[in-house]
Design a protein around this ligand. Sequence first.
Ligand code: SPV
Ligand code: MG
Length: 431
Amino acid sequence: MKTVYTCFCTDILHEGHMNIIREARKRGKVIVGALSDKALIRYNKFPTISQEERVRLYRSIEGVEQVVIQDDAMYDDVITLIHPDYVLHGDNWREGPESAIRQHVADLLGEYGGEIVDIPYTYNETVKKIDLQLREKLAMPEYRRKRLRQLIEMTPVVKVMEAHSGLTGLIVEKTVVEHEGRLDQFDAMWVSSLCDSTAKGKPDIELVDMTSRFRTIDDIMEVTTKPIIFDGDTGGLTEHFVYTVRSLERMGVSAVIIEDKKGLKKNSLFGTEVQQTQATIEEFSAKIAAGKKAQLTDDFMIIARIESLILEKGMEDALERARAFVKAGADGIMIHSRKKDPAEIVQFCDRFRAENKTTPIVVVPSSFNTITEEELAQHGVNIVIYANQLTRSAFPAMQQTAEDILRYHRAKEVDDRLMPIKQIITLIDEL
Ligand code: SPV
Ligand code: MG
């Protein structure tokens, strides 16, 4: 009897999956793979049910002999283990980033004479509706809010990209790449004070008020499902911060990061070139504690950002603050640096991890941009935020276009650099 393998990563079974199982049964003994959470989040939408629930769901399908966990989106583990005669998949994997997986599977099967069977992909109104319902569930505040904590458990490093509008949110939501045989995507979004202010043509000095910042979050939330980390600047007055925490929680934001500065906040990348005042440990601890007291769910995170390295107050000061802020209730520590060399960040992470094994560490490698996510994870970092790169790439491109149209008195010369309108339209979902 032949062995037939198919991998599922769905939370809901619909006629398309049943069709694959029917086709599989015609060819032999059916083994279904449940793609593990760890592999799935790099490649597909976040799951709305647990890995164990997915296994139970697939086991309940009539005619399925066995369900195994597939821990590798490229299939190496299961093909080595099972040696299937056939691998069945919807033929949609012939295109886009998934085609790299198909090619890899074809190569693996080719080594011993196995075969791929592409099944015509089922897409109709019912399937579309199921897709939309799952998407809606992911976007709901109570599901979205807890996802950052879930991601920290699931993946060695949570990758976060800046978003400051619906459009940039969509880019973070939908960009999936295949590189060197691996698929990857961002896990979450950072609503940066720098980029939100810049998009409005304002300086990053807490001038853009909370109502406006919430409006940006709402624009992003309307069109995306990924979790959001909010840049809360100094958090403002403690008496105001407690209300901010409640509002963010209610909206479904997963975390706020507040920095230990007071008075007129300037962007950290100015460092000591401008006048900036650090809050005392007592003042900032009281703000964290008040925020934690105000918070109603267990999901929401308040992360304390330490500016000691930025303000050249030294490593000991940074570590002392980290200890105190964790004690005050902080759910994570963000350590910032504006040095090109990642050495001080690495040193902080190693020393903090030596005494605290669990509190998540967040870094923003804008200046120290040579170090990779994997290297940072090896030093205990849990969350890496790319805080401003979308803004910094769009701005020069727009400026160049404006200059060239003025230069040539027409738009022809810039046309080759422009995304066709048709392509922009495909980014935006229509109901
Ligand atoms: C932001 O993105 O607004 C930040 C990070 O706070 S940084 O600009 O590096 O200070
Ligand atoms: Mg900021």
